[in-house]
Write a protein that binds this ligand. Sequence first.
Ligand code: SER
Length: 596
Amino acid sequence: MITIHELRGKYIEFFKSKGHAEISGKSLIPDNDPTVLFTTAGMHPLVPYLLGEPHPAGKRLTDYQKCIRTGDIDAVGDPSHLTFFEMLGNWSLGDYFKEEALAWSFEFLTDPKWLGIPKDKLSVTVFAGEEGIPRDDVSAEIWKKLGIPEERIHYLPRQDNWWGPAGETGPCGPDSEMFVDTGKAACGPECRPGCHCGKYFEVWNDVFMQYNKDSEGRYTPLKAPCVDTGMGIERTVAMLQGKKSVYDTEAFTDVLAAIGRACGGTYDADAESGKSFRIIADHARTSTFILGDPGAVTPSNVGAGYVLRRIIRRAVRHGRKLGIEGSFLPGIAEVVIATYAGPYPELTENRGRILEELAKEEAKFLETLQKGEHEFEKMLPNLLKNPRKVMSGRLAFKLYDTYGFPIELTEELAAESGMTVDRPEFDEAFKKHQELSRAGSEQVFKGGLADHGEAAVKYHTATHLLHKALRLVLGDHVAQRGSNITAERLRFDFSHPDPMTPEQIRKVEEIVNEQIRRDLPVSMKVVTLEEAKAEGAMALFGEKYGESVKVYSVGDFSKEVCGGPHVEHTGILGKFVIQKEQSSSAGVRRIRAVLE
Ligand code: SER
């Protein structure tokens, strides 16, 4: 029976024999596409080359690529959904087109030397034509020549037979997909490839990249049409092994066994607990790959870091459902690392970081969970009295605001008791809260919080360090008068009568950089304004904050009332450099600084 490692090897070997150069897969964090958080397909890192840039390895390429798709994250737990998967691919960069691409796909799938799938089990789909782009008769003819009879060639619309772009913009085009008939009875007369009843199993997708979609939504023909093909390893191996689910392949065997050891049970696909096993298995695998990636994402409240935080936390919660009390994710990650050590040496290289970050996030979340779940249970008897079985968004917001309990988890807990959460009301409360903490500090931040991108968030934390360092160097009369942050720099206005001396500027830089070197943790708690004052948190008292305020502490160095968000720890800020110190208005100085 073919394994995931064998399939990877065979695929690459096959395309090398057809004149393709093997290239290495790239980071999970795309560096050429700001429109998405993760690499979503094998072609993703190749976008510039599909658009015409020459590739150093030539015009025929093949590789295996780690991918993450989070669009269906809530469906993970069923037998087929994954957030992380591996994709095999081969590409023609303006070289061969439909004829060779389809013939090679057919050969690899059916030749007994390769996958040996019986020809009569294979069905294909081609683009039916839409919006001025003609029906793909060329591909249909090629399939017929290869031996696929007319009745197993299906013409489907754009919704099924068009691929891309990988993000919001980029190369795309009509595709031809290959399906294997699993032998299951058809679900009805309309059942055909693309139907999700389980009869047809999609194994491969050959995309004929002919267009570039730009940010205005316009499609322009590519200079040289390309081929992009993609085969999901886990799915294909499950099919070849005759397994019902990707979780029954050796990609997960050891991982599920390790989860069993951690909870003192065994994986039973059909049991109620099977869902929790699968969620933990998927999320542990995905977080191991994210943390082991050179992209060096760590759990945070923004972007990819937020997705990472969310999946780690969901895994922890399902661990608890299985009865696991303490830390267990590092143990599961060890198994993922061992399973994938061969094709992905970066996991072994970054083992320390993976295990450490998982343990840290687990501990942090366990604390949050205990508090949040306890509060939810206290609310439950009252909630169940509601005949509509809807939990008010206001209450869900209270859990979030007071205990940091994520809304997704409140929704899950509610669902377990047969309830839903009034999400629009939650969203409204959430928005109002943000506006409130912003309005209160309007004079201070003047739009500085608008950008929640990773770079801006770093500047935000750097601003707290700067504020405190200025007070240490110049004196306690220093108070914030304004702050403006972009992804490129921070600007900070503060009360001080005289220009700073070069010595003072150097000293402030030194103090800030010292705090960055100390890699201080940033933590947040929600207290009343009075409590914040009593604790000596820096804030513009007299401003109208809401009743509760957030206090952000940077280690033992600074404590400030603020709406956030902030980085998790200061070590990732880089080097702090003051570029300019000048007058802003009478008695107010202005600093412009960057993180290098
Ligand atoms: N880009 C296509 C896919 O992801 C083929 O590689 O399916």
